[in-house]
Design a protein around this ligand. Sequence first.
Ligand code: FDA
Length: 305
Amino acid sequence: MEKVLRSFFLFLSKSKFLTKMAKKYGLRFGASRFVAGETIEEAVQKIKELNDKGLAVTVDYLGEFVDTEEEANNHTNHCLETIEAIGREKLDAQLSLKLTSLGLDISEETVMNNMERIMAKAKENDVFITIDMEDHTRCEKTLDIFKRLKQKYGNIGTVLQAYLYRTEKDLNDLNEYAPNLRLVKGAYKEPAEVAFPDKKDVDENYKKIIATHLENGHYTAVATHDDQIIDFTKKFVQEKGIKRDQFEFQMLYGIRPEKQLELVKEGYKMRVYVPFGTDWYGYFMRRLAERPANVAFVFKGIFRK
Ligand code: FDA
């Protein structure tokens, strides 16, 4: 049943019609549990509350699969505005972004121009940028763009997904760039030709890439809600004498907030991924796909905004 629901929500997440409807009618169906608001003002308020509790943040202006220059330009402007707000309000926050929202599917020129604008603003405001990883068809292009930007700017990182067969090789290829990487299990519906279909294999590969990246001496963000992986990381760093300033844990806004605070109390760096904006629909559907138990919140949320 869980598998069926997962496929169903991932299928829904791709609906352009429902994405448009969601934008039109605003944050609904309990989405505000996972999305920090529709405006930058609302997001800043939520980020301050998290910072006050000792939680660092990476903020994401929601949006993906943009197919016109105008939309990509618009999205870039929102990213610039977000970076400015981080600087102005002195937030303990970074920015995460998706290249498809900046024109990856339009042309290389478009996405590079937009990324250059973002990197210039990020440098000015001393803000770190993470390029999220999308589905496997965009992985190669995303890594190419990351490598090009990393040669020019220090304040940029990206994401590798444990479910892809290619990830171990990508990790080795990236080693010479001394990258700051967020390591995740992977959130998209991928075919067995490119990704481990079995959760057990994903978890094993996840542990393997966490260990490799830490042992290579590079900054590692372990982005998971899974106790098994968190405990593995804690044990591994202790055994290998890896210092706490070489890694951090990351979780999504609204998921396991009590665990987030527990890790802060234990003295670990904990960063919360805080999405905001009107384009919340695809993100929300992927969260439901990960944990169909969250659907209960949707039914409760249907009657309130
Ligand atoms: P998984 O979903 O396998 O859950 C494992 C266990 O965690 C559960 O069995 C349960 O014990 C616990 N758990 C999970 N959710 C819980 C809940 N709500 N309440 C209580 N317990 C819960 N993906 C991607 O493809 N590209 C990207 O760029 C990113 N970026 C990203 C950033 C950050 C900060 C995070 C945390 C995640 C991502 N992801 C991502 C998503 C990632 O790939 C993955 O889909 C989710 O994190 C879910 O996988 P978990 O590792 O949490 O474990």
